[in-house]
Design a protein around this ligand. Sequence first.
Ligand SMILES: CC(C)(COP(=O)(O)OP(=O)(O)OC[C@H]1O[C@@H](n2cnc3c(N)ncnc32)[C@H](O)[C@@H]1OP(=O)(O)O)[C@@H](O)C(=O)NCCC(=O)NCCS
Length: 220
Amino acid sequence: MFRHIRSDIEAVFENDPAARSRFEVVFTYSGLHAIWAHRAAHYFFRHKWFTVARIISQFSRFMTGIEIHPGATIGERLFIDHGMGIVIGETCEIGNDVVIYQGVTLGGTGKEKGKRHPTIGNNVVIGSGSKVLGSFKIGDNSNVGSNAVVLREVPPNCTVVGNPGRVVKRNGERVKDRLEHNQLPDPVIEMLRDMQNEIDRLKTDLRELREPVNGGDFRK
Ligand SMILES: CC(C)(COP(=O)(O)OP(=O)(O)OC[C@H]1O[C@@H](n2cnc3c(N)ncnc32)[C@H](O)[C@@H]1OP(=O)(O)O)[C@@H](O)C(=O)NCCC(=O)NCCS
């Protein structure tokens, strides 16, 4: 337990340049308080004391503004920055060294039963206000941009932004499938090009049909 507490505090110093002293971190970081309350709630949840688990989690929510369902599985060194407005669902699994900012929802879409919340890999950053909805994985070392709405699996080492979330970087390289406004397709030119091809094809067919009659000159 003390090893966990020490590594939770270390995670704050690693991720927050504003952190000054251990005393300040222990007493003023609501993200830490929520994680510690969750460890207690999760213990009771695993031992089927569901109501006690819920009471701890709701009390923690009241104090910190962070709602972590007691059933959620959380790895080592999770850092919750600011925290207010975070919701983490019951079947959510979070790996090690994850950073979550305020206003994040790790939830379901409201349609599924059973495993219905996301699995977050190791070393993932989930930006403020973003929503990750559904039972899929955010791969290791990926970033979710603030205010993204992610509805599909994200491979490892990616950056996903926007609503709906789309991958804009993979392995440090920008992904090319974004809309280039200076290279928009022109439907009129494309239609004319198709018509020209069709006319050429018809001319060839006609020439072949007339070949035996007038040597292939279809204008005669
Ligand atoms: C996504 C993020 C982690 C950066 O990841 P990254 O891999 O370094 O990505 P980049 O900064 O290279 O940006 C890649 C592209 O995504 C765009 N982008 C970055 N963050 C974005 C966001 N939140 N929404 C929309 N687009 C975004 C960039 O403009 C860039 O676009 P371009 O290729 O057209 O120039 C960061 O922008 C972010 O959102 N962090 C969350 C931080 C946060 O919540 N802070 C709260 C502190 S209180």
